[in-house]
Write a protein that binds this ligand. Structure first.
Ligand SMILES: [Zn+2]
Length: 194
């Protein structure tokens, strides 16, 4: 299976979500894996794949020019539903921002921030939900790929929740993604009517 090869090109969400030292809540899975809920920077629909042997909670990958979110059900089902939703939004944010095509050291914080803001604006996350992520996020180590150490990471997530000012670069990227999604939907409707 070539999946693992593609993983090397993928963005991972976290090194490992701690299952000890933090309250582990069993919850239903998946929270959100509807392919219509995520579009990438080109406007393509992002489907979800379940892969139990994934070393992380989730990955954003491109396979055969098609964007996917790979989810690890075994790890995700140990987490609260809102945190599962955050992980999904984080991977979707990588696709929205085109990070698989143009990765930078700020890709991970950008994905965290956009995931929080998108979840907030959709009414998915209350501020208390983001604060409640702390026992899971804070113990995480940072990574050379750009993951912030857990304490900083959670603080950034909270700041992003509180930030109402549109980020010009982020706003521009979101506009590009939204426009591409509209084009994609129109093209799909045209194909369906042919
Ligand atoms: Zn990531």
């Amino acid at each position: 299976m070539r999946l693992w090869v593609m993983m090397t090109l993928a963005f991972c969400l976290v090194g490992a979500v701690p299952s000890q030292g933090a309250e582990v809540m069993r919850s239903s899975f998946p929270v959100r894996t509807d392919s219509h809920q995520c579009h990438d920077v080109r406007g393509a629909q992002v489907s979800s794949i379940r892969f139990d042997n994934l070393r992380d909670v989730a990955h954003a990958v491109i396979m055969n020019h098609t964007p996917y979110i790979v989810l690890n059900p075994t790890r995700l089902k140990t987490l609260p539903p809102k945190l599962q939703a955050f992980f999904y939004e984080h991977e979707c944010a990588h696709h929205i921002l085109g990070h698989n095509y143009n990765p930078t050291l700020s890709s991970e914080p950008e994905a965290d921030c956009l995931a929080i803001k998108v979840g907030r604006d959709k009414g998915l996350f209350a501020r208390a939900d983001v604060l409640a992520f702390r026992p899971w996020i804070e113990p995480l180590r940072g990574s050379l790929r750009g993951h912030l150490p857990g304490r900083q990471r959670h603080r950034l997530m909270t700041l992003c929740y509180d930030d109402d000012e549109p980020d010009p670069l982020m706003a521009e990227r979101m506009d590009v993604a939204a426009a591409a999604a509209t084009r994609f939907r129109k093209a799909a409707r045209r194909r369906a009517s042919e």
